[in-house]
Design a protein around this ligand. Sequence first.
Ligand code: SAH
Ligand code: SF4
Length: 387
Amino acid sequence: MPSGPTLDVRPRDAGGRRWYGFGVIPEVDGRTNLVGATLAEIEAIVAELGEPRFRGRQIYAGLYARRARGWESFTDLARALREKLARRLDITYPETMTAFQSSDGTRRTLFKVSGGHRIESVYIPEEKRDTFCISTQVGCAVECLFCVTGKLPTRRNLSAGEIVGQVLALQADRPTDMKRLNIVLMGMGEPLLNYDNVMKALRLMTDPLGMSISPRRITLSTSGIVPGLERLAREDLVPNLAISLNATTDATRDILIPINRKWNIASLLEACRRFPLEPRRRITFEYVLIEGMNDTPEDALRLVRLLKGLKKKVNLIPLNADPWVPLKSPGEDRVLAFQRILIEHHLTAYIRRPRGNDVSAACGMLAGREYPQGDTSHPPPAKRERP
Ligand code: SAH
Ligand code: SF4
């Protein structure tokens, strides 16, 4: 079997800060950043400061449920204690560098995280819900042919604090009713290659004592890291699952998504078949339609056959064109014809319309870019340039 790409994307200490294993609580100005800490971790810190344990719960709720950003907002704590806490502990969200507002209401936010790396999140308002699309890594080692993030050098995993920090920062910028809020892990990076931090972030997001977001409103999208899927299947906390299938033959998928050479379509779909689903839950199969690659009626029929027996729906995503990607989107007629074949075969199939295209916020366009969309004078940075 040909060897796959290098998948070593372990966290790196790029910013010269102290890191605490996978928990990763970076220090800011010598103070520990609490964002990303679990209740147990906060209780341990509080105990170290000589305070009763229950204070940990108050701080945890203030941090994640009330989303307090400064110690002065913790009015349930005595002033002297607040001052003591402020000397040792900090509350810092990822730093917003700039935000780009699309004409359709979508907003792309560019954040700076420690080490000076740029990551992006997208706020997508819709009629019945608001979606936060968040990143899990700086760059992505999977290097899909059609994705701009995959053209970046892979720098490091994001910590749990940097993942939930995006949600907290977007919420502060665009307050949204929690009942309308959906979270999709579809920004920069492959979530299942940053498994521990993503799982820790999911636990923080869904904790009823804290951020309290229902797991049913969270979707993890993966390019198909089969061992990660098998591990996720055994967790007590399972978000909705989206699989970026994007091809119906291994020959094509090998070209589009190089990790297919390691975990092919059959092994990926086998992992999907074994994935435990609650009643009425379905796996979403994402299918980026690319002209001349995977958009024929034969592909549509093969897709129907491949997905037989699975509880599923299909999201067709016409390729979002970008100067960094040498591929084209099929015309509207072809996209509709593809969808029609799926529907005729009783498959639920939606077309995902690009949101925030004019500010490079649509699927696969996130790269931490600050210059105008469509500007071809900026080539992607050298992929092999690593810290
Ligand atoms: N790494 C994960 C999640 C981030 S990518 C994954 O691959 O699933 C989120 C979605 O954007 C994936 O379904 C991917 O197939 C899609 N995507 C990537 N580049 C795209 C592009 N240029 N046009 C349309 N969709 C794209
Ligand atoms: Fe990575 Fe997903 Fe982009 Fe592929 S599509 S390069 S897995 S972010």
